[in-house]
Design a protein around this ligand. Structure first.
Ligand code: SAM
Length: 289
């Protein structure tokens, strides 16, 4: 099928693309990719493949490389084109541009030039992992990639120790064991965590448990593919069961089980499914009458 072209005004369009499954792309993203005067892509081969899959023809429109090493000249050139009336779609290799991917300098330059800037939102591994992790999603911190050198990595992890948000890290299969060891050592092995791998792809896996569980479980395994580590927030492991039950009992007086579990798991930074089970048990035991 050939994707239709639509009238597109001048500006920069930050277009999110799939993180695995090629069909995870929005209709608006395809409209923009089919219609922009220029497509600036982190990886032109990946972009061309995606366009082919969805029947988006280039029809002579330029598909140019734009990545972290492109330099200020390329940014200036693209801003100049927009100033002259061009619409430019910017795509990274996968997911949302600017999220551990190129696009920040370009978006900033367009903004500073007072030119139109918009986004076609879509997939990102950080949100996908968070939503599958079973960890509280009400407040989270995206921490990008941890440093590859151990001293810096440990320093960085230590700086996050008291952050009262769920922490999300991008990780490479080469370093995941070292990072798990360091997270376990610096944050303590009792924190809840999830190792999310190959999201939206054939071998998608979400392994959950404490940091210690995950470290032991993956110690002798080669972990393949793309990985996100999600780590529970500071203090969550020290919560006394009695306190959680008391909060649930109070909440169940006015709220449904589902809402009470959501509220209490968020307040204590505990996995929602565990708190939900606890709420069901309290209800069954008639403690809430
Ligand atoms: N811009 C992308 C986004 O919005 O998620 C991130 C790009 S960053 C260069 C690539 C990293 O994102 C990978 O090393 C991995 O940590 C994470 N990632 C991307 N796709 C993933 C997937 N399908 N499953 C798990 N992690 C993924």
């Amino acid at each position: 099928m050939n994707w239709r072209r639509v009238p597109l005004s001048a500006g920069l369009y930050l277009v999110a693309t799939p993180i695995g499954s090629a069909r995870d792309i929005t209709l608006r993203a395809l409209d923009i990719l089919a219609s922009a005067d220029v497509i600036a892509a982190e990886d032109t081969r990946t972009a061309r493949k995606l366009l082919d899959i969805h029947g988006v023809a280039l029809d002579g429109r330029p598909l140019i490389a734009f990545h972290d090493h492109s330099g200020p000249g390329v940014v200036k050139g693209l801003v100049g084109r927009i100033a002259q009336g061009a619409s430019i779609a910017c795509v990274s290799e996968a997911g949302t541009p600017l999220i551990a991917d190129p696009g920040y300098e370009l978006a900033l330059a367009v903004r500073e030039a007072g030119l139109p800037l918009t986004a076609a939102p879509g997939p990102s591994a950080v949100v996908t992992a968070l939503s599958l992790s079973g960890l509280p999603s009400d407040r989270f911190a995206f921490c990008g990639f941890l440093p590859s050198a151990q001293t810096q990595r440990r320093t960085e992890i230590a700086s996050l120790r008291d952050v009262p948000f769920t922490l999300v890290f991008y990780e490479s299969p080469k370093r995941v064991h070292e990072s798990l060891d360091d997270l376990c050592e610096v944050l303590g092995g009792d924190r809840q965590a999830a190792l999310c791998r190959e999201l939206t792809k054939k071998f998608e896996e979400v392994a959950t448990g404490t940091l210690r569980d995950l470290t032991v479980r993956f110690a002798d395994q080669r972990v393949k593919g793309e990985i996100v580590l999600v780590v529970g927030r500071a203090g969550a492991e020290e919560v006394a069961t009695g306190d959680v039950e008391a909060a649930l009992l109070a909440a169940l007086r006015t709220d449904r089980v589902k809402d009470a579990a959501t509220m209490v798991s968020g307040a204590f930074g505990l996995p929602r499914k565990d708190v939900y089970q606890m709420a069901l048990r309290l209800k069954d035991e008639g403690e809430t009458e």
